[in-house]
Design a protein around this ligand. Structure first.
Ligand code: SF4
Length: 291
């Protein structure tokens, strides 16, 4: 599959990293950008105008940890006002309820959960993380939040045995559960203490989950040898595309030649990054650099 800015409206999806800062340091982090920077409001507004002009319909606000940005709420509001559907990918450490009205303006909220036990999950994220995310998922399942909840899971040798147990936590038709085969990618990732699983092991796990007769949630996946199908705008406005172990720079979003390049991207094929939130299992595509 070629990377593409396709003519299908569902594909008009862009990830904007509003900060490189994060309060965690997960192995396998896909965040992009240099130094510790936040995207300033005037640049965000120009990025939004440019993406709208290019036909973007879904904008994933991420980081680093986007809720560390002092204006993250304003960025969701502006995205909605511009007529784009906002998505937020957060590690969930800085809020403990879904009642914040700004979250109700989202199309999709993505949270990470890596194991069915606090001990393993919290070792991969931070102390208290499991309890917080499990409580947010429970709140979502019991409530009527208008967005889709997406739960991201890194699959490594160290948490592999606990992954089927996550199904009990996320098993609802309104939830999309996305599994990422662990692999370092970009400047901020590290192999740390996690070890990769083979493609065969990853495929077997997916097949087992997809075939589970008890499964009601939707499942998406990203294998480590896939070229993910989305573009990322970093906090300084640079456009990057995932390229296996790293990211390729396309230029600055506001530069004419970058805009022309984005306009001429070939069609991506049959799979949309948004199919995963629209209802069918997607294998080998992308959509979230913040697992
Ligand atoms: S994966 Fe997300 S939460 Fe973890 S370090 Fe990277 S940006 Fe932070």
């Amino acid at each position: 599959m070629t990377l593409g800015w396709t003519q299908d409206a569902r594909d008009r999806y862009v990830v904007v990293s509003v900060t490189t800062r994060c309060n965690l340091s997960c192995s396998g982090c896909f965040r992009v950008g240099r130094g510790l920077t936040d995207m300033p409001l005037p640049l965000f507004e120009r990025v939004l105008d440019t993406l709208r002009m290019l036909g973007c319909q879904y904008l994933n606000i991420t980081g680093g940890e986007p809720t560390l940005h002092p204006q993250w709420r304003e960025y969701i509001r502006l995205t909605r006002t511009a007529g784009l559907a906002p998505m937020l990918s957060t590690n969930a450490t800085l809020f403990d309820s879904l009642s914040d009205p700004i979250l109700h303006q989202l199309a999709v909220l993505s949270l990470p959960l890596d194991a069915a036990s606090p001990a393993t999950n919290d070792r991969m994220r931070c102390p208290g993380h499991y309890a917080r995310v499990a409580a947010l998922v429970r709140e979502y399942l019991l409530g009527e939040a208008p967005f889709i909840l997406k739960v991201n899971t890194i699959v490594a040798a160290e948490n592999m045995a606990e992954i089927p147990g996550i199904l009990d936590i996320v098993n609802d038709s309104r939830v999309v559960w996305k599994l990422f085969q662990f692999s370092p990618r970009g400047d901020f990732s590290s192999s740390g203490w996690l070890s990769p699983v083979s493609s065969g092991q990853f495929g077997d796990l997916l097949a087992r989950l997809l075939e589970s007769p008890l499964r009601r949630c939707r499942i998406a996946s990203l294998a480590s040898d896939s070229v993910a199908n989305y573009i990322i705008v970093d906090p300084q406005g640079a456009v990057l595309v995932p390229d296996r172990q790293s990211f390729k720079h396309l230029g600055h979003l506001l530069a004419l030649e970058t805009i022309q390049h984005l306009r001429s991207f070939p069609r991506a094929g049959d799979i949309s990054p948004l199919d995963e939130v629209l209802g069918r299992h997607v294998e080998g595509t992308g959509g979230d650099p913040h697992p």
